[in-house]
Structures are given as structure tokens and as C-alpha cells.
Design a protein around this ligand. Sequence first.
Ligand code: PHE
Length: 347
Amino acid sequence: MDDLDQLVVRAQQEFAAAPTPAELENAKARFLGKAGRVTELLKALAPLSVDEKKSRGARINRAKESIEAALLERRQAMAQAELDRQLRSEALDVTLPGRRIGDGGLHPVSLTMQRIEAIFASMGFDVADGPEIETDWMSFTALNNPENHPARSMQDTFYVDMKDEQGRWLNLRPHTSPMQVRYARAHAARHAGADPMPDIRVIAPGRTYRVDSDATHSPMFHQCEGLWIGENVSFKDLKAVFTDFCRLFFETDDLQLRFRPSFFPFTEPSAEIDIAFNSGPLKGKWLEVSGSGQVHPNVVRNFGLDPERYIGFAFGMGPDRLAMLRYGIDDLRLFFENDLRFLLQFK
Ligand code: PHE
């Protein structure tokens, strides 16, 4: 190997060892630049004879061409490596499924409310909505629950820092029973003069509020009021309606109802309605699902109706409890924490 062959090999090695394009250009300058090794060799031809210049010059030029070829090859290899790196880092898997916007779904309590409304609508009940901030008269007095009566303390009522026309504090309704009064009065007024008045048959689902908070009580909870008033509506109608409702709601006939004597100022007699399943995980356990009773004559009078003529029943049930029973949920607070892991199970 003569000196020119060695020079070519050295150039190849240095080009291969250059880690970056800038270093490669530095290496190129060392061999092919104005002060580079090849230029030095050409300058060194000066003192030689014409023949020697010719043969040595031709060999230097071949070496120079080899060095240029090595440089070009190394440049292309570097460019290709850079392109490969870029392609890898920007890789796009076009076979991945697209990201979709979530569909959303109804809250389990909303699903339960819808179910209750559909069932009662199928039995000929109207569905009514009313205010959550109530007057003292609507929440209590009209419901035969006079001021200073101890029964008022059955409900730990939230009061609003604002008074009604009678100068009494407004309240966050502690039950949906005011809707009995609102709906019945509007119905009686609408049908004034009709003889007989068409029956009042309504449910009023909605939010209710009490100062209460544990695993089975929330300061905001839901109730669904029911009211059926006519000339001949009795406890047996309550039993029939509520039994049908429970069977439809829980999708089973394999359950029993129990009317347990109780007290409410606005009904007489009054009863708690308990249900028990004859099979399944809750088999044999009595569960309270609703308050109920025959509407008190004083309340019928406050409806604007004659209690000697019109009679009927009311109930107030807890949709939150019904949802817990239907879905097997043991803590009411889960409904109101809005944890997606909980809610997504009802989609
Ligand atoms: N309002 C009662 C309660 O909140 C329930 C009820 C409604 C009882 C209608 C009888 C009749 O506990």
C-alpha cells in the first residue's frame, strides 16, 4: 500500500467516524480543503519533472476521486439515517380506532324517575312539577300541620333567608306534599262548576330537602308524591295502584305489600308502605318505600273541595330508595358524588 492508498483509507475511516454532518465537513476540509492533504500533495508536484508530474499527478487525482466518492457515500448514509429517524418518531398508526366523544347517559335517579313517571302515566296519572322553594302555608299549614304543632319537627326543614307575603320564612320543601295542594287547587279552579269534578289523579316527582346526612339520608333527596281524589276513592284503590306500581317497577309479581299504621298530619288513617320480595337477594326483608294515607278532611278543604263529597288517598315515596333497591346500591351518597366509575355502570 503506497502513501496515496493509505491516504484514501484514512479519509474513509475519518468520514465513517464523523458523528454529525458538521464533523463530516471538518473531515472533508482536512483532506480536500485549500490547506488539505490532497492540495498539499498537488503542490508538492512542483519540483518534479514533466513525466513524473504526469504519472504522480494522475495517481493523486484518482486518490482524490476515491476520497470524494467516500465523502458522498457518507453524506448520503447520514441523510438516510436522519430521514429514518424522523419517520420513526413521527410514525402514525392509521389502523388505530379513532377517539370518539362519549355518549353520555342518564343518572340512575333520572332513570328511576322516568320509570316511575311512565308507570303512573300508564295508569292514567298526570305528572306535575312544582317549586322547590315553598311558602310556610304550602309546606305545612295547608297540610293540616299548624304552626307550633310538634309534627313540624318530624322534618328538619331548611329555611331560606326571605319571607313570604304572610311574613313567614320561605323553606326548601321538606317533601313533595305541597304539590298535592298546588295541583288540587288548580284542578278544582279549572273544573269549577263541573259536576261531578273529574278525578284528581297526579304524581309529582322532584327534589326535596332536609337537614339530614348519612349513608341512607342526603340533605337533598327525591320524593314522588301521588294523589287520587274523587267521589269514591278508597284505601283499596291505594292498595291496588301501589301493588301494580311495585310489580311493574321491580318487574316481578313475587312480592308482598304491608300497610303499617303510622302518623302524618295530612292523612287519616296513615300508613307506611313496606314491601318484601319472596325471592332474590332481599328475600323476606321488609323495606319501607312510601308514606301514605287517606287525605285528611282539613286538607281536602284546603284543596278548595267539599270533604263530605270528595275523598281519596295520597302517598309520598322515595325514588332514591327505589333506585337503591332496584340496582342493589347500599349507600345513597353514591348517587350524588358523581364518580364516573359509578355512573358509567348505568349507561
Ligand atoms: N310527605 C310525607 C313525608 O315526607 C309522605 C307522605 C305523603 C305521607 C303523602 C302520606 C301521604 O314523609
